[in-house]
Design a protein around this ligand. Structure first.
Ligand code: UT7
Length: 331
């Protein structure tokens, strides 16, 4: 009998734009303060793309780093998945643009729109293709240029988000290692709490939509906050149970970087010490689909993750959606 193929992460990479926008910079733009932003969110600064850069540019850089780390060439890729809510354009997909940029012409390519849960959804999709033997190497990217869809006059949202990209190559790993399980979910009835009204078929772009700023993020922060605390709890417990593990088995929690208060609630619920939770939202803010990917890459490159470690990832976002996965690190 053939041994089951294990799918895991062969390499990671990330890319952050150089320009830094601090809370003090924002104080000059809207009625806010460093004190409010820091205590309510934990964010101190975020990265903002150059106007000439699009999401695919960030995604391509992060992908090159992930491929290098995995010791693979672009032509070794069988599939490219880009998770984003800020694609370069409605079509073609940002994944197809990245495929062309990389010269990964053997790869199928498509985008997924899952809000901040997108990277973990992408990992789970990649896992299926690798485990069935259909594909060998799948590139999963979370990339966003949220600064392009922010209403810079809305203090409720403009202080929260940042730009960036993270990537991982999913492929065959040693048996017993890799992605041990995932839990994906959605509740579309909550879609109204976090969305961009215009630019799609419901409300195509017009002078009026532009004048009313409808091509920007609308969010009911408190509703998303309540949802986030609830699903960070249920999604972590559920995926651990599916893998036959308990919170004591976790070596590193890589949570979606939206708000330190949300992360802190999850940390306490799982009874984890601070050193077992990776946080970088003070530097980058909420980078949506890129957030878990960037955090994973940073934690790994800093040497905080080693072979055999149990990594728990968890995220929530627009949709509303949630996702979690357990990875036994194989590198
Ligand atoms: O990845 C998913 C994306 N979304 C999220 O993760 C968002 C989840 N939600 C949150 O993180 C929090 O709800 C926020 C950080 C967005 C807001 O924190 P909050 O503790 O829920 O504050 P609030 O919305 O209840 O607002 C409290 C006060 C309000 O003033 P009043 O009505 O009490 O006078 C707001 O107008 O804070 C005011 N406020 C601000 N003040 C200074 C809202 N934004 C700001 C601001 N600076 N930037």
């Amino acid at each position: 009998m053939c041994e089951k193929i294990a799918a895991g992460i062969l390499g990671t990479g990330s890319y952050l734009p150089e320009k830094i926008l601090t809370n003090f910079d924002l104080e000059k733009m809207v009625d806010t303060s460093d004190e409010w932003i820091t205590t309510r969110t934990g964010i101190k600064e975020r990265r903002i793309v150059d106007p000439s850069q699009a999401t695919s540019d960030l995604a391509t850089e992060a992908s090159k780093r992930a491929l290098e780390d995995a010791n693979l060439k672009p032509e070794d890729l069988d599939m490219i998945i880009v998770a984003t809510v800020t694609p370069d354009m409605n079509f073609p997909s940002t994944a197809c643009i990245v495929q062309a940029n990389l010269g990964a012409l053997n790869a199928a390519a498509f985008d997924i729109s899952v809000g901040c849960s997108g990277f973990i959804y992408g990992l789970a999709i990649a896992q299926q293709f690798v485990e069935t033997g259909m594909y060998r190497n799948v590139l999963v990217i979370g990339a966003e240029t949220l600064s392009k869809i922010i209403n810079w006059k809305d203090r409720n949202t403009c202080v929260l988000f940042g730009d960036g990209a993270g990537a991982a190559v999913v492929g065959r790993v040693e048996s017993g290692y890799g992605i041990l399980g995932s839990y994906l979910g959605a509740d579309g009835t909550g879609g109204k709490y976090l969305y961009m009204p215009a630019g799609g078929s419901r409300m195509p772009a017009s002078h009026e939509t532009v004048e009313k700023n409808l091509h920007t993020i609308f969010m009911e922060g408190q509703e998303v906050f309540k949802f986030a605390v609830k699903v960070m709890d249920s999604a972590t417990i559920e995926v651990l149970e599916r893998c036959g593990l308990t919170p004591e088995d976790i070596d590193m929690l890589i949570p979606h970087q939206a708000n330190t208060r949300i992360i802190e609630a999850a940390r306490k619920r799982l009874k984890l010490t601070n050193d077992k939770v990776y946080i970088n939202l003070d530097k980058y803010g909420n980078t949506s689909a890129a957030s878990v990917a960037i955090a994973l890459d940073e934690a790994y490159r800093k040497g905080l993750i080693k072979k055999g470690d149990i990594i728990l990832t968890v995220a929530f976002g627009a949709g509303l959606t949630w996702a979690s996965s357990v990875i036994k690190w194989s590198k």
